[in-house]
Ligand binder design. Structure first.
Ligand code: NAP
Length: 247
């Protein structure tokens, strides 16, 4: 019997952890549609590269902090692909600064990009998963959502919100056959950490039992696992991918 190809929707696919997911899911047999925002050129280059290798990859541009735009893009994706088997909510931004310096607008924007985006995308995709009684969702949180980071209070709060969303939604949709899990990466070598100095990086490596910074592909592998058959009895879990920096 021929098995139907699975379809993955990955947000934040233009760069970093999301781009590593796009590559890995495509190479693992998924048809992939990913969402990018400002980096259309990077998204196009990644798509072209993977298509040249024979993989089924497409992308859409969307500012996921805009609920109406997100709803329209997800509706179009569902009209085109018909169903999503795996959803990876990876898009996110950081904000570094003192809590007392942060404005209400900055706080709201961070929550819109990091949390409301996951709400909007998941809300669009879930009804299909529920009606098919199958599907896997992985939210990309952060170790800071578990332990909190000084000068990243809002970011830590958004990432803690994703952990709460993961656990509660797993309980709500588990009876419908949908699994919802969460990864909490540690320090990963992406643009998000481009501002770290050599000293910062050395200090972080020192603090990490595995003595190094992680690679985006190492997070992508765990996300792929959580979406797949090997994780068929795993839901509502928060899986650290952090080299042991948080244990
Ligand atoms: P990154 O390299 O900075 O990439 C961020 C991605 O999010 C990009 O694809 C970007 O799209 C997308 N994005 C940002 N704002 C968006 C918006 N308004 N609408 C739609 N897409 C938007 O970041 P990364 O390091 O790969 O991080 C990916 C996820 O992992 C984030 O949620 C981050 O919080 C989390 N994380 C990262 C680390 C780390 O150390 N790197 C650790 C823990 C957790 P465009 O480029 O197209 O604008």
């Amino acid at each position: 019997m021929q098995t139907m190809r699975k379809i993955a929707l990955i947000t934040g696919g233009s760069r970093g952890i999301g781009a590593a997911c796009v590559r890995l899911f495509a190479c693992s047999g998924y048809a992939v549609v990913f969402i990018a925002n400002r980096n259309a050129e990077k998204a196009q280059a990644l798509t072209d590269e993977l298509r040249t290798e024979g993989f089924d990859v497409s992308f859409r541009l969307c500012d996921l902090s805009d609920g109406a735009q997100t709803a329209a893009v997800i509706a179009e994706i569902l009209r085109t692909w018909r169903r999503i088997d795996a959803l990876v909510n990876c898009a996110g931004i950081a904000h570094i600064g003192l809590f007392t310096d942060m404005t209400e607008a900055e706080w709201d924007h961070l929550f819109a990009v990091n949390v409301r985006s996951a709400f909007s995308v998941t809300k669009g995709v879930l009804p299909g998963m529920i009606s098919r009684q199958t599907g896997a969702i992985v939210n990309v949180s952060s170790m800071w959502g578990e332990v909190g980071a000084s000068c990243e209070v809002a970011y830590s709060a958004t990432k803690a919100a994703l952990i709460g969303m993961t656990k509660a939604l797993a309980k709500e949709v588990g009876p419908s056959g949908v699994r919802v899990n969460c990864v909490t990466p540690g320090v990963i070598d992406t643009d998000m950490n481009a501002s770290l100095t050599a000293e910062d990086r050395a200090a972080l490596c020192d603090e990490t039992p595995l003595m190094r910074i992680g690679q985006a592909e190492e997070v992508a592998k765990v996300i792929l696992f959580l979406c797949g058959e090997g994780a068929s009895f795993i839901t509502g879990q928060v899986l650290g991918v952090n080299g042991g920096i948080v244990i």
